[in-house]
Ligand binder design. Sequence first.
Ligand SMILES: Nc1ncnc2c1ncn2[C@@H]1O[C@H](COP(=O)(O)OP(=O)(O)OP(=O)(O)O)[C@@H](O)[C@H]1O
Length: 239
Amino acid sequence: MIELRDALVTAWTPDPAGGPDTVTRLLGPVSSTLTERRVAVVGANGSGKSTLARLLNGLVLPAAGSVHVDGLDTRRDGPAVRRRVGFVFTDPDAQLVMPTPVEDVALSLRRTVPDADERERRARAALARVGLADRADLPVHALSGGQRQLLALTSVLASAPEVLVCDEPTTLLDLRWRTVVDDLLAALSQQVVVVTHDLDVALRADRVLVVDDGRVVHDGDPHEAVAAYRALMTTGARG
Ligand SMILES: Nc1ncnc2c1ncn2[C@@H]1O[C@H](COP(=O)(O)OP(=O)(O)OP(=O)(O)O)[C@@H](O)[C@H]1O
């Protein structure tokens, strides 16, 4: 369960003239308890969706208020929260750190599987389950963008997170790879919070949050939320 209590995110911008920094509100305050298995977050570019996603695993900390995941405070219990909450970025290259797929997945298993041979065996099995067995030993850069996103997802899932937060995981993918990644996410048993511009994905969620100008302006039933988002985008209110 994810609990945001009056969570507020701010940024400090230095004054080029040497005056005092300006504090800007990026998001919030947001109060919400997320218990649903599939939660989608939609909103315009720059509305604060990524900031909200990053709050959930402590990549961004609230300047005021708090964020708890299963009772763990993102500010106080950062490493434990990050073990519990896996994060998938839009661009897989932001998170693939090892030279080959098998090494990248094995790295995610290092906490739970002490034996290196066993780690490699499990990494190969995980890659085989997502159809990447024959890519396991290639250089990561030789994989297509879709294959790299699937690999990033496989590596994150190898660490067995309780919650998965995905920040626009299919934005860079073609339709075929979008379907592959969407289907994989839909089949997961854990809670998934997905930031998306794909309204079909939002409509399949259990709950949808609409973010606008750093505030959650609608929260609830997917059909109502998507209708509210469409209305927001067509009123021209966002300039
Ligand atoms: N560290 C920071 N310092 C200053 N401004 C920031 C910082 N991080 C984000 N912002 C600003 O906060 C706003 C929200 O950014 P965010 O990335 O959360 O939006 P988003 O809804 O995910 O956008 P997109 O759909 O384009 O990815 C943007 O105007 C962005 O420039």
